[in-house]
Design a protein around this ligand. Structure first.
Ligand code: CAA
Length: 389
């Protein structure tokens, strides 16, 4: 385990957390249910989040970001996700999967051109790894990037791209040398208006409905060779490194959802009476409250631990895959457990759209699936512990 300082939060951390809490309560809470119902993308609030510095929290100010650390990022994200997981995932992908990767692997020109507008919230960034036939087996990419003089020509179909319908810039992973399999994957930076790139239909989803997800279709899409991120063949490692950061974001999203569901259930258990006493006084309910609270606090510590490991990695270059996967695994399964119990404690009201509890339940499920399923997190953790590849 990473050494956890006893009081890891500085006054800057607390100020940012309070600003995010304030914004989420005032600006997002009143529209969250409506956006979930309509599936409309929250352009206005995302723009305001950009102005507040939430879209590139760890990005240095010279590239449009807030210049804060990994713990600041999870503190702010947690507050947004407590109110709305859709805003949360857009913020997470923008910060982690998009900005973090280009900052880490990009050239100075790439950072200036591709990070600055996205970290400052003027536009949205997205990450595109998955294809219809390759989800967990992320190296089984079929899309092809073929070198043609000073250009690459991109062809193929990518799927499940968070912010796909609205993003202005993408990090895209394609094969440059299929014979080499994973070692033949390369990463590219693609502008959303490049001819030959079209966006597929928006996916109809169970939860996080205000976030927009789609396919990307590349048909002879020509991009300058200078838009390659990293060396040819380095793409798989870049994708995996960036996902370690992303998984901390999704763990935080799960934590926020679980906290919201827990708070609703706690209040309901204390107020709702049955058989002459508050339902929380029955051990069947009280013990659920105890387990929910304990798992939430354990999730938080795993997430802070992973954020501190990520911060250290900026100095040492060490991987923090183990810490990130443990945080995501535990927090996402906690979110499912807590939201399930919260619906149960609310009885019929938990099933009604008049309360947000059913939304938390629907939003929680994706955290066990995207950016690596729970099975993939267990694979990463067990391989790391057993020294296996
Ligand atoms: N950091 C750096 N390097 C890494 C790494 C990491 N986290 N993980 C693996 N690598 C390196 C390995 O060291 C190895 O390098 P060498 O060959 O030089 O030794 C190479 O990558 C291959 O590693 P593996 O043999 O472990 O690869 P694998 O094929 O067994 O796959 C896996 C490992 C963990 C299963 C991986 O494929 C994986 O994480 N799959 C899940 C993919 C995923 O999370 N997809 C979600 C996409 S994003 C999304 O959900 C949509 C969205 O918009 C939010």
């Amino acid at each position: 385990m990473t050494d956890l300082p006893i009081h890891p939060l500085s006054s800057e951390h607390k100020m940012l957390r309070d600003a995010a809490r304030d914004f989420a309560q005032k600006e997002i809470a009143p529209i969250a249910a409506e956006l979930d119902e309509s599936g409309e993308f929250p352009h206005k609030t995302m723009k305001k989040m950009g102005e507040l510095g939430f879209m590139g929290i760890e990005i240095p100010e010279e590239y449009g970001g807030a210049g804060m650390d990994a713990l600041a990022y999870v503190l702010a994200l947690e507050e947004i996700c407590k109110v709305d997981a859709s805003h949360g995932v857009i913020m997470s992908v923008n910060n982690s999967l998009y900005c973090h990767g280009i900052l880490k692997f990009g050239t100075e020109e790439q950072r200036r051109k591709f990070v600055t507008p996205i970290a400052s919230g003027q536009a949205i960034g997205a990450y595109s790894l998955t294809e219809p036939q390759s989800g967990s087996d992320a190296g089984a990419i079929r899309s092809l990037a073929t070198r043609d003089g000073d250009f690459y020509v991109l062809n193929g179909r990518k799927s499940w791209v968070t912010s796909g319908p609205v993003a202005s810039y993408f990090v895209v992973f394609m094969m440059t040398n299929p014979e080499k399999k994973q070692k033949g994957v390369s990463a590219f930076l693609v502008e959303g208006n490049t001819p030959g790139l079209t966006r597929g239909k928006k996916e109809p989803k169970l939860g996080i409905r205000a976030s927009a997800t789609s396919e990307l279709i590349f048909e002879n899409c020509r991009i300058p060779a200078e838009n390659r991120l990293g060396a040819e063949g380095e793409g798989f490692k870049i994708a995996m490194t960036v996902l370690d950061a992303g998984r901390i974001g999704i763990a935080t999203q799960a934590l926020g959802i679980a906290e919201a569901a827990y708070e609703a259930a706690r209040q309901y258990a204390a107020q709702r009476e049955s058989f002459g006493q508050p339902i929380g006084a029955f051990q069947g309910t009280g013990f659920k409250i105890a387990d929910m609270k304990t798992r939430i606090e354990a999730s938080r510590l795993l997430i802070y631990n992973a954020a501190i490991a990520k911060e250290k990695s900026k100095l040492t270059g060490d991987r923090y895959s183990l810490e990130a996967s443990m945080a995501k695994l535990f927090a996402s399964e906690t979110a499912m457990y807590v939201t399930h119990q919260a619906v149960q404690i609310h009885g019929g009201m938990g099933y009604s759209k008049e309360l947000p509890v059913e939304r938390y339940f629907r939003d929680a499920k994706i955290t066990e699936i995207y950016e690596g399923t729970s099975e993939i997190q267990r694979l990463v953790i067990s391989r790391s512990e057993l020294g296996l590849r």
